[in-house]
Design a protein. Structure first.
Length: 138
């Protein structure tokens, strides 16, 4: 099988020294415009990867007594949502069909043997055992 790797024509230090000695050349205006247009188009395409969910979007669904959820994103592989628990509420132990990410906005909760507080971020992957959530507020 042929080896497609090519050896450098010049040693690295020599190539770097020569490159430093070359004055930069500005591209022709039409070439610069074409490059800029390609970059702008790519940014426009990539922008669709970002999704904004405003506070009034979606709806809250009760998933257990004193526990409500509001789905933000679900592509089958990952899911993000808001979870609202009344003081003392419990979400029973459950499995996960997708990886989940959550940020605690206020209060604290117990997830198995882990306590999370406001500002903490939790990621749940499919390999973790199912656990329940208990709101720690009185």
């Amino acid at each position: 099988m042929p080896d497609d790797r090519k050896e450098a024509a010049l040693p690295g230090a020599l190539a770097a020294g020569l490159a430093e000695g070359i004055a930069p050349i500005a591209p022709l205006p039409d070439r610069a415009a074409a490059v800029k247009a390609r970059i702008v188009e790519r940014v426009r395409r990539e922008r669709s990867r970002f999704r904004t969910v405003h506070a009034g979007d979606g709806s809250w669904v009760q998933i257990a007594p004193g526990v409500e959820s509001k789905l933000l994103h679900d592509d089958g592989a990952t899911r993000s949502f808001l979870l609202r628990l009344e003081p003392g509420a419990r979400l029973p132990s459950h499995g996960h069909a997708a990886e989940e990410a959550c940020v605690v906005l206020e209060g604290s909760a117990q997830l198995g043997d882990i306590e999370v507080r406001a500002g903490d971020r939790i990621e749940v992957n499919l390999t973790l055992p199912a656990t329940g959530i208990i709101d720690q507020r009185p």
